[in-house]
Design a protein around this ligand. Sequence first.
Ligand code: ARG
Length: 468
Amino acid sequence: MSQATNQSWGGRFSEPTDAFVERFTASVNFDQRLARQDIQGSIAHATMLARVGVLTDDERDAIITGLSEIKGEIERGEFDWSVPLEDVHMNIEARLTEKIGITGKKLHTGRSRNDQVATDIRLFMRDEIDVIEAELVRLREGMIELADREAETIMPGFTHLQTAQPVTFGHHLLAWQEMLARDHERLLDCRKRVNVMPLGAAALAGTTYPIDRHVTAELLGFERPAENSLDAVSDRDFAIEFTSFASILLMHLSRMSEELVLWTSAQFDFIDLPDRFCTGSSIMPQKKNPDVPELVRGKTGRIYGHLMSLLTLMKSQPLAYNKDNQEDKEPLFDAVDTVRDCLKAFADMVPAIEPKKASMLEAARRGFSTATDLADYLVRKGVAFRDAHEIVGQSVAYGLKTEKDLSEMTLDELKQFSDTIEQDVFEVLTLEGSVAARNHIGGTAPDQVRAAAQRARDSLASMQGAGQ
Ligand code: ARG
């Protein structure tokens, strides 16, 4: 340590750091979260240094024992974090030197905090991605099973949030599931680029020691060492990719949340959410509020914010490492926590959704949801589609006036609008007939929903953990 500054880098300095600057530039209050990965990286680094003869085996063993003890101190909450020591890396290194003496100072041979921190974050992200993937898989599984159970449950399908055509609830759930399947692919794809090792890039240009980066990469489970040292210390694309994955995922969860909120309202009354996912009002005794989906919907905003932070953080940065990069951690940590919690909330809640089948069916019956089926029926009988459209439009107008759905009209009533209509029309005017007729891949027919659920299960099984 320097006489003048008391800092590990203080040799060339003639006065101590300004007290405010010391606090302003420190990151230890948040980057201590990387302690586990920092120790993991240091153990691998020391192992590699001994293997290439830069450290003796005794030195390596002393370092590894010391680091393992420090890990215990941190886990037990006994570690004394110091702001003057700036960040997690220097805190741990200083403690190591305190414990094992001069050998502790040899750990930093052939590396820099620049490649160290980049390695730590990648190890951290890889761990977190695996936890997040597990929650995403649990959510997808629950959604597929619910969809399969509800393959025949009829509800109105909407466009413009107006009743359009009847669909099955299972089909609607599998639409959500498709969104999540793409998010899952994006997450695994992001993991591939996270899993590349910066260590060995040192400050920016590499190091003069005879290091073996393949050894360190293998010890840490990285796919390969990063190709270019300048890029290795400065690249934060993976953080941006993760937050874009997270933004799209939360956008999807916000859409599902919005529907859940609407559906639990008395006006829709399509589903019930168990009480454990809801809360009450302190003033209105009758209230049961869908807080969980509301909150997930709300958390989408902060994730978009983190994506913007990271994109802007990296904008115009010259090569290689810049202190700006210290700002990558808080958005990333919060994104990871928020995504994990939102997925957990959904994975717990979705299988517990209780569809109110009678109410969904009733809603599908209102709003003339089989009008297109009547038009298609007329076309099959030789009427031109535009004429059929007009005929059905008149029938709907009559239904509005008489408060009758198309399926509730008598044959004579329907015949007022077209002579082509016969008794067999009632097969297509029922909701069950309408959904069953959409019997092709991607359609809403119950048989198709069951087949789609099976394909979704198979595809999920083939993806699960594919990145690891
Ligand atoms: N705390 C720093 C960060 O989070 C570690 C790397 C600092 N390197 C340096 N030369 N100041 O990015």
